[in-house]
Ligand binder design. Structure first.
Ligand code: ADP
Length: 242
């Protein structure tokens, strides 16, 4: 039977909605718990400060009648400043959907996401555009980098959309690439980089506008174990730097 998601104070959100789990997926899940989570635990930073995000009784359903399905079912938790939240659960348990709701890319069916006390569903279109542009940063499993642009331009791209002047865009993008040890690849095309390097470029791009919340959806899902480790380490170091 479906159970409610729960969260520990160490910011560990687990989605267990009674989805039928394929044995292979179950194995992958256990692998994640064994490798990814302990690696993170080693690098965990200082305790959380003020509350930034609050999710209350969040539900997202799709379909009607026999096709009705609740992808996220009554999730409630808070995310504090400086917190590193890891969401785990079998495939289909609603992890990506939850991130989509936190990113304000889709409205919930019930419940609410609030950022510093402001409910996202009360935002005007303009405020929501600002939220996407400046408050959250998104990283996906498959990088979503543009091979027709250089690595530097990929990272700087969100600033172009915000109207930041070219010199400032490039300086900021280069600074971030440097912090991920990727400055020497600034002029390369993303497809000339390894998967782990591309994912770190994608993280740099998501950080370029200094988001309040970085949302990362299965960042190591497409990577071999060594690249996965470099990405996990980069995220942990990023969290430590604050
Ligand atoms: P996870 O990221 O944990 O693998 P998802 O959030 O992708 O899970 O999906 C949760 C459930 O919601 C799945 O059963 C999926 O098929 C369903 N779902 C997700 N998005 C949609 C959509 N746009 N339309 C219909 N069903 C969806």
């Amino acid at each position: 039977m479906p159970t409610k998601p729960s969260i520990s104070t160490e910011a560990f959100l687990e989605l267990t909605q009674g989805t039928a789990i394929d044995p292979l997926l179950q194995q992958l899940e256990q692998q994640t718990r064994r490798t990814f989570l302990p690696a993170l635990a080693e690098h965990m930073g200082p305790p959380a400060k003020g509350e930034l995000f609050r999710v209350e009784n969040l539900t997202k359903s799709y379909g009607t009648g026999a096709a009705y399905r609740e992808a996220v079912k009554g999730a409630s938790f808070a995310v504090h400043q400086g917190e590193y939240v890891v969401i785990v659960g079998p495939s289909g348990s609603g992890k990506s959907t939850l991130l989509t709701l936190l990113a304000g890319l889709e409205p919930p069916s019930r419940g609410a996401v609030s950022v510093q006390g402001n409910r996202l569903d009360a935002f005007t279109e303009e405020a929501l555009a600002w939220y996407h542009r400046s408050v959250v940063g998104l990283v996906f499993q498959n990088f979503n980098l543009l091979d027709s642009l250089s690595v530097l331009d990929n990272v700087a791209f969100p600033l172009l959309l915000s109207g930041v002047p070219a010199a400032e865009r490039e300086a900021r993008a280069l600074e971030l690439l440097d912090s991920f040890g990727l400055a020497e690849f600034a002029g390369f095309s993303p497809n000339q980089l390894s998967g782990g390097q591309q994912q770190r470029v994608a993280i740099a791009r998501a950080l370029v506008h200094n988001p309040l919340l970085l949302l990362v959806d299965e960042p190591t899902g497409n990577l071999d174990s060594k690249s996965a480790q470099t990405v996990t380490q980069s995220l942990a170091e990023l969290h430590k730097r604050g």
